[in-house]
Design a protein. Structure first.
Length: 430
């Protein structure tokens, strides 16, 4: 019998050791790429009065990408014992309607998961619509130092368990400034559904805790992950809040149209550019150019104007208001030309408004829509020519020339305003 030299035995042992080390390293590297599925609450946000899972809204793209990493692997998804969906609505509007809306949102999340991942067992997805999320609203208010009358708002919430009375008091506090701030800045973070408590069967991953079935007492508490190192819903909401606030929407300009002129078939357009919170510049152009019934009637006007506006209110009030909303005073001027004919009689001429003072008010009606009311008093002067139409309205016979000066109302507007925004990071970088 031949014996291997000792040096050969050492080489073989060393080779096996290296091979084992490489395989172990590959195995550990594969394990490190597995998603963390031990249980992490992920929050999906909903638009106002909507129950649709919108990937492009707030931080939903990140959340859906994370869930996709878990549920795409059918083998991994089969190890999930249960998924709880807690859905909420913001404390705005009718309470019973919000309860129904929270239920619809929980159903929407379940429907999305079942549609996107058919291998998921839909009977392991449990829905818990929770209605209005007053607790989270109070936490957001307490942490927001920019909220007007913050202490008074907290007292109203703490002292009024009746949600309807609480909403009424908040709307009336300081003329509604605090409530408008809450509507515009905070309520969006309360329209959500939390996909949480994703339990893994212990026989698959024995290092994880035993699965826990939800019960009434547990559902009354905040949704918390089973491990201390994982983010809670509150932490994730705070992170999302920081991410969204890090990218602000600054108004670039507003496009407007006077609904009164539109109703009279007089097309018009305006553009207003905000300059900070206090000032704005508004330009307008009107261009009806109609000849009707074989030149029997004429409505031809080309006019333009420019207006500088100063938005009223205290410094604190303006800082808490959205731009281009509230009361304003303006100084305007403009001019144009016209041809107005009714049957045989007509007038042609040019006019200009030497100066005018305006007052107006604008308020928000939707996310990027405003409604503006405006009246102006100024000095108008026109040089006109009076004519008669002859030969089937094809020949104009000039009658007289004249001048006319008017001091009084020179404009009345009810305008629909569409605000165009740009996204910028805090610090001014786009």
């Amino acid at each position: 019998m031949k014996y291997l030299p000792i040096i050969n035995v050492k080489r073989i042992a060393l080779s096996f050791g290296l091979l084992f080390g490489v395989l172990a390293g590959v195995h550990s590297q594969q394990d490190s790429h597995d998603p963390d599925v031990s249980g992490k609450p992920m929050v999906l946000y909903f638009r106002f009065d909507k129950a649709v899972v919108d990937k492009g809204y707030m931080d939903n793209d990140h959340t859906l990408h994370y869930l996709d990493g878990i549920f795409t692997d059918s083998t991994l998804a089969a190890r999930i014992d249960s998924i709880n969906v807690l859905a909420f609505a913001s404390p705005d509007g009718d309470r019973k309607y919000n309860e129904r809306l929270a239920k619809q949102r929980s159903i929407a999340v379940k429907g999305y998961l079942v549609w996107k991942y058919p291998h998921l067992d839909q009977y392991r997805i449990h829905l818990y619509p929770k209605g209005e999320n007053w607790k989270e609203l109070r936490r957001l208010i307490a942490s927001d130092k920019s909220l007007p009358n913050r202490e008074e708002v907290l007292q109203i919430i703490d002292r009024n368990p009746d949600s309807d009375r609480c909403k009424a008091l908040l709307r009336n506090l300081d003329g509604g400034s605090s409530y408008r701030y809450i509507q515009g800045r905070l309520l969006r973070y309360l329209r959500n559904a939390a996909v949480c408590m994703v339990w893994i069967r212990p026989d698959s991953l024995p290092a994880l805790p035993n699965p826990v079935s939800p019960h009434a007492e547990a559902l009354g508490k905040p949704c918390e992950p089973p491990h201390a190192e994982m983010k809670s819903i509150q932490e994730q909401q705070e992170q999302t809040l920081r991410n969204v606030r890090a990218i602000e929407k600054r108004p670039l300009f507003a496009v407007k149209t006077n609904l009164l002129f539109d109703a009279a078939m007089m097309p018009n357009v305006e553009i207003e550019v905000p300059i900070g919170k206090r000032w704005s510049v508004n330009g307008e152009y009107m261009f009806p150019w109609w000849l009707l019934d074989g030149d029997k009637y004429s409505l031809q006007i080309l006019t333009g104007g420019l207006e500088g506006r100063y938005w009223l209110g205290s410094r604190k009030n303006r800082m808490n208001r959205e731009v281009l909303t509230g009361h304003f005073l303006g100084l305007y001027a403009g001019g144009g030309k016209y041809d107005l004919q009714w049957k045989e009689n007509g007038y042609q001429g040019e006019f200009f408004i030497a100066a005018g003072i305006s007052y107006g008010y604008a308020h928000e009606i939707a996310r990027n829509l405003r409604l503006e009311y405006n009246i102006g008093i100024g000095l108008l002067r026109t040089d006109y020519r009076h004519y008669h139409a002859r030969d089937n309205y094809q020949t104009l016979l000039w009658q007289e020339n004249g001048k006319y000066t008017w001091f009084g109302p020179t404009k009345v507007k009810i305008s629909l305003v569409w605000l165009m925004n740009r996204k910028v990071k805090k610090g001014g970088a786009k």
